[in-house]
Design a protein around this ligand. Sequence first.
Ligand SMILES: [Zn+2]
Length: 253
Amino acid sequence: MYINTEGIVLKSVKYKDSDAILTLFSKKMGKVTVYAKNVRKMNHSSMAVSQSFAYGNFVLRTQGKMLQLSSFECKENFYFLTEDIDKTFLAYYFVELSEKLLVENQTNHRLLQALLESLYALKDIEKYELVKLYFECKALRFCGYQPQVSKCLKCGIIRDNSIPFYFQVEDGGVYCYHCKSETEGHNIFYTQYDNTTYQLLDFMMRESLQQVMQAEISSVILKELDRFVRQYYSVHLGELQLKSVDFVRHIAP
Ligand SMILES: [Zn+2]
């Protein structure tokens, strides 16, 4: 059986002299492993597919439990990502994050869309730190790690400006001033963020990249959101042990 799908190569591992094992983020099947025969031979028309970030239309053939690459039509190889070391690091960070968060054979159209959008954005947009934060927020939302910052985790009161709300990172959400007071002396640690930080997080998770880029966001709030995201990632996504995270640490507001 043949399957025709759009997708992007997240990872490519050399195999034998001329083959490759691809981790493909496909639209129709989500993350899948694809055996690509002879793609590393010189002059092979499918050579481009053996590189990470190769994006286009894939024709895959099922062979038992295995998927084999039949043909590839390249739409974009994201070659511009190699122009600048920070672009390269960020792109690797985005694909590594996607690869680790995705569940095999489970589609995730919204994450695929956010990934492509963020990679394309690196072509012209110089605010790398904003693209990075955008993708990090989208990844949380689309992969089931969305922090709960719109209402108190305990009493459910909607967050507003009338009372302070405190973030409890292990619980992944905020507590209102009253519920936080009840736990005093219980050795529970909270971080206080300004309301605007929670609003910006909601905005990033909800809106398109274009809208985020057009918005006027103060650098102070952006720094706060970055602090929030780092804190959240270290607790909830630390187990992913992302290799690329150290290379993009300096890309911050
Ligand atoms: Zn409460």
